[in-house]
Write a protein that binds this ligand. Structure first.
Ligand SMILES: Cc1cc2nc3c(=O)[nH]c(=O)nc-3n(C[C@H](O)[C@H](O)[C@H](O)COP(=O)(O)OP(=O)(O)OC[C@H]3O[C@@H](n4cnc5c(N)ncnc54)[C@H](O)[C@@H]3O)c2cc1C
Length: 399
C-alpha cells in the first residue's frame, strides 16, 4: 500500500530539484521533494560562483541575502605568473549557497510544493514493471509514496537513476577531485575578480581558484584530474603547497570551513529520460566540462524537466518516448555547446607549462571568452599566426 500519491516526486533539494519543484508547483502540480540532508544547502560542496544570466534564465534576480559578492571579471595566471584579465559580458556573483538553496526551496514551498528533509531515497517502487513511486526513510521510519513521474535530482552518481537501471557512474577521466577551504583573513586580493591559477606544479591538469566573498573571506580551492596526481599527491596537498607559496595573500589567513567533493567534468549522460523518469542537474552530469560549474545548468535542466513533466501531466503520457522531449530541449539549448567544450577540455589537458606560458602571451581576455563560449575559429587563426604556438594546433586537432 502506498501512503500518499503525488503527480511528481523529486529526489534532491539542490538547485536542480528545487527549481523543478518551483516551476511544477507554480502550475498546480502536486509535488513532493525529499532530501537526505537535515539542512538544505549544508554542507556546501561548491565555490559558489554563478553569472547573472544563469540566475535570470530561471527567473531569479540577485539579492544580497544570498548573492553576497558582486564579481566584474576574472584574472587567469599562467605558470610563469603572467596574468590575463578577462572582462565578461555580464556581472557574476559569489553565492552564500547555504542561504541560496534554502531560498530556492522556500520559493518552491511558497508555490505549493511539499518538502521533507532528513528523508533518504531507498529504492524505486514498480507496479507492473513500471516506475510508480519511491521507498524512502524519514528519521528512521520507512515509507512509500507514489507518483506519476520521478525526477532524479540527487546529484553526482545518482542513486535514483541507478535504481531505475541507468548507469550514472562518473568515468575517471571525467572526474576532478575537488578540495576547498573557505578562508578568512586574506589580504591583497582584488575582491571583485575571480582568480584562477594554472600550472603543473600548482594543479596538474586542473587549476586553483580564489573566489572572494568580500571582507577578506574567499573560497580557495583546487580541482585535479582523477583521485590523485601521477606523483601520488592529493588535491589537498597541492592546495596547501599553493597557499604556503603565497604569503602576500594568505599570511595570517585561516580556514573557517573545509569542503571536499568530486567534480564531474563530463558533458552529460547519454540518456536522461526513461519511462516515468527524468534526470536533472549533476545526477545527469549536466555540467560545464571545462570547469565543472553546474549551478546554472542544474537550474536550467530543472526548469526544462518541469516543463516536460507539466506537458506529460496534461497529456497523461509518461512514456520514455514522450518524456525524451526533455533530452531534445537540453541538447538544443545547452547540450551541443557542452559537447564542443569537451573538446576544449581535452586540448587543455594536453598543455604543458611551456604551452600555457606561450598562450598567456598571445591570448587576450576576449579570446578566452570566445573559447569558453565554444567559439573556436578565432583561436585556430591565432595559433596559425603565431609560430611560437603553431605546434599547439596539432594538439588541438587531435583532441
Ligand atoms: C568543490 C566544488 C566546487 C564547485 N564550484 C562551483 C561553482 O563555483 N559554480 C558552479 O556553478 N558550480 C560549482 N560546482 C558544481 C555545483 O555544486 C553542482 O553542479 C550543483 O550543485 C548541482 O546541483 P544539483 O541540484 O544537480 O545537485 P546537488 O547540489 O548535488 O544536490 C543534490 C541533492 O540531492 C540530495 N540527495 C542525494 N542523494 C540522496 C538520497 N539518496 N536521498 C535523498 N536526497 C539525496 C543531496 O543531499 C543534495 O541536496 C562545484 C562543485 C564542487 C564539488
Amino acid at each position: 500500500m502506498m501512503a500518499e500519491s503525488y503527480d511528481v516526486i523529486i529526489v534532491g533539494a539542490g538547485p536542480s530539484g528545487s527549481t523543478a519543484a518551483r516551476f511544477l508547483a507554480k502550475d498546480g502540480a502536486k509535488v513532493l521533494v525529499i532530501d537526505k540532508r537535515q539542512e538544505i544547502g549544508a554542507p556546501k560542496r561548491c565555490a559558489e560562483g554563478i553569472d547573472i544570466s544563469g540566475l535570470r534564465n530561471v527567473g531569479l534576480e540577485p539579492d544580497s541575502k544570498w548573492a553576497v559578492n558582486e564579481i566584474d571579471g576574472a584574472v587567469l595566471y599562467a605558470p610563469n605568473g603572467k596574468s590575463v584579465p578577462i572582462d565578461p559580458k555580464g556581472m557574476g556573483y559569489i553565492l552564500e549557497r547555504k542561504v541560496f538553496e534554502k531560498h530556492l526551496a522556500a520559493l518552491a514551498i511558497g508555490a505549493g510544493a511539499k518538502y521533507m528533509v532528513k528523508t533518504e531515497f531507498v529504492d524505486i517502487v514498480r507496479e507492473n514493471g513500471k516506475i510508480a513511486g519511491i521507498k524512502a526513510q524519514h528519521l528512521g521510519m520507512k515509507f512509500t509514496a507514489s507518483a506519476k513521474l520521478i525526477i532524479a535530482a540527487d546529484g553526482r552518481e545518482s542513486k535514483v537513476a541507478k535504481a531505475a537501471g541507468i548507469d550514472t557512474t562518473n568515468k575517471l577521466k571525467d572526474y576532478h577531485s575537488g578540495f576547498q577551504y573557505e578562508m578568512a583573513g586574506l589580504r591583497k586580493i582584488g575582491e571583485r575578480k575571480l582568480h584562477i591559477f594554472f600550472g603543473n606544479d600548482v594543479a596538474p591538469k586542473g587549476y586553483v581558484w580564489i573566489f572572494p566573498k568580500g571582507d577578506g573571506i574567499a573560497n580557495v580551492g583546487i580541482g585535479i584530474v582523477g583521485t590523485m596526481s601521477e606523483d601520488g599527491k592529493r588535491a589537498s596537498d597541492y592546495l596547501d603547497k599553493f597557499i604556503a607559496s603565497k604569503p602576500e595573500i594568505f599570511a595570517g589567513a585561516s580556514p573557517i570551513e573545509i569542503n571536499a567533493g568530486g567534480v564531474s567534468v563530463s558533458s552529460g549522460l547519454e540518456k536522461i529520460c526513461a519511462d516515468n523518469l527524468l534526470i536533472a542537474g549533476d545526477a545527469a552530469q549536466l555540467v560545464n566540462p571545462i570547469h565543472g560549474g553546474g549551478i546554472a545548468l542544474a537550474m536550467h535542466s530543472g526548469m526544462l524537466a518541469a516543463q516536460t513533466a507539466l506537458d506529460a501531466l496534461e497529456k497523461d503520457d509518461f512514456s520514455e518516448k514522450f518524456l525524451c522531449r526533455y533530452e531534445k530541449q537540453w541538447e538544443e539549448t545547452r547540450g551541443k555547446r557542452m559537447r564542443k567544450l569537451m573538446k576544449l577540455r581535452m586540448f587543455s589537458e594536453r598543455l604543458t607549462d611551456y604551452d600555457l606560458d606561450a598562450l598567456a602571451e598571445i591570448l587576450h581576455g576576449e579570446d578566452i571568452m570566445d573559447l569558453t563560449d565554444a567559439k573556436f575559429t578565432g583561436f585556430v587563426k591565432l595559433l596559425a599566426k603565431n609560430p611560437k604556438v603553431l605546434a599547439l594546433a596539432g594538439k588541438y586537432l587531435v583532441s
